[in-house]
Design a protein around this ligand. Structure first.
Ligand code: DQA
Length: 146
């Protein structure tokens, strides 16, 4: 099973960015660990990070042609703004998990609104970087055909 991991804007700064909120693990470490965990379960994880909304949309469209069966996405601040990314996910109809390192629902009010939570298979918010692992393991147990 092939899984696409999308990290949105500013997540390339993990490890340097607001460590009190996002911790000190960098994105490359997260991606390498998840690729390893996926392969231990006989799956392939394809990681991408971009700061551009249209590139996230293009990657979601491309997933249809590259046999992606599940998407894990931390849309960063686009969580709270992007109907276009929501529409892309609905458009390709690939099941997806929403991930946030911090607990967006317990932070500033403008972060309480997510354009993804009502259509995601599940939401992992506020579990730190472990949220990525939990989402991956749940996706594998739910969607991998043996
Ligand atoms: C985030 C939460 C968002 O509100 C914020 O804009 C981010 C990261 C998280 O992982 O906690 O960039 O998605």
């Amino acid at each position: 099973m092939k899984i696409l991991l999308i990290n949105g804007p500013n997540l390339n700064l993990l490890g340097k960015r607001e460590a009190d909120i996002y911790g000190d693990v960098d994105l490359e470490t997260i991606e390498v660990n998840l690729m390893r965990l996926a392969s231990l379960h006989g799956c392939e994880l394809v990681p991408i990070q971009t700061n551009a909304e249209h590139e996230i949309i293009d990657e979601i469209h491309l997933a249809l042609d590259t046999d992606i069966e599940v998407i894990l996405i931390n849309p960063g601040a686009f969580t709270h703004t992007s109907i276009a990314i929501r529409d892309a996910l609905l458009g390709v109809n690939i099941p997806f998990y929403e991930i946030h390192i911090s607990d967006v629902f317990a932070r500033e009010e403008f972060r309480h609104k997510s354009f993804f939570s009502d259509i995601a298979i599940n939401v992992f918010s506020g579990l730190g970087v472990e949220g990525y692992e939990k989402a991956l393991l749940e996706a594998i147990s739910k969607f991998k055909r043996s």
